[in-house]
Design a protein around this ligand. Structure first.
Ligand code: APR
Length: 260
């Protein structure tokens, strides 16, 4: 059977289908992925797993460098900020939001911090690596849109508890906020189908989620132009770009519902 048709049947028949997305979903919005030929880490090198420890040791220095890099071309912070600032949801994000609104997808776990799922209308969204538009206090978990908080002091200090404020985006070596991680595992435990879109499966704990789902008997569907570390665990593999494949899956589900 055509893999798109197969994916549509699985998702339409599932009681609780969820999705796990990665940077590949936003490539067609003009945001570079991290790994692979044009990846950000391929170009600049992957940040160290000590990134969070470096931040914690000297948040003032971290913030001074960050605010400088955001406005200085030639570094990954600048490149990613420019790309995300100029990005819009693509047909892949829109199709996933439609599948959520239709009740086909019950939750979307995304590793992306670009807010494009939310801007496309996604609602039950778990941003396992945070959201680049937010700030978060590492002391009490206080969290606000960055646009609503003027950074006057460096490092910014939480008015609630006096803790240090950082970007909401999870750094290498930083523990994922417990409530978010628990919710991701709960959705994984509950699902009977998981749609993987645009992730290499290179980073844990996110990459563990499809394996846990499969162990429980969930159907795993992968949408990716290239094979990944997760491909061997997928029951249905669709080799293609998210912006092209996801609308076709949504259409196929639609026709299943309308065909007598
Ligand atoms: N449609 C679907 N998938 C695509 C597309 C596309 N148009 N273009 C590329 N891809 C695939 C690539 O083949 C690759 O498998 O997207 C994947 C991107 O992989 P990564 O760059 O490793 O991104 P991701 O899996 O999201 O990385 C996980 O690593 O550095 C951290 O925090 C960062 O959240 C990120 C995490």
């Amino acid at each position: 059977m055509d893999p798109i048709e197969n994916a549509a049947r699985i998702l339409a028949a599932a009681n609780y289908a969820i999705a796990l997305t990665g940077a590949g979903l936003s490539v067609e919005s003009g945001i570079p992925s991290f790994r692979g030929p044009d990846g950000l880490w391929t170009k600049y090198g992957q940040p160290s797993n000590l990134s969070y420890r470096v931040f914690s040791r000297d948040p003032q220095d971290w913030w001074e460098r960050r605010l400088h890099d955001e406005v200085t071309p030639g570094n990954p912070t600048y490149d990613l900020k420019e790309a995300v600032d100029n990005a819009a949801p693509n047909p892949g994000h829109v199709a996933m939001a439609e599948l959520e609104q239709a009740g086909v997808l019950k939750a979307v776990i995304t590793q992306n911090v670009d807010d494009l799922h939310g801007r496309a209308g996604g609602s039950n969204l778990l941003e396992i690596h945070g959201n680049r538009n937010y700030l978060r206090c590492i002391g009490c978990g206080w969290r606000r849109p960055r646009a609503e908080y003027a950074i006057t002091d460096v490092p910014p200090v939480c008015r609630e508890c006096g803790g240090v404020i950082k970007l909401d985006t999870v750094m290498f070596g930083e523990p994922i906020p417990a409530a978010t991680l628990e919710a991701c595992f709960a959705e994984t435990q509950r699902c009977d189908a998981m749609l993987l879109v645009g992730t290499s499966g290179a980073v844990n704990p996110a990459a563990q989620l499809p394996l846990l789902a499969r162990e429980r008997g969930a159907q795993i569907i992968e949408v990716n132009p290239e094979p990944t570390q997760l491909t061997p665990y997928a029951h249905t593999v669709i080799a293609g770009a998210a912006g092209e494949v996801l609308p076709r899956i949504a259409e196929a589900i639609q026709s299943l519902h309308t065909t007598p």
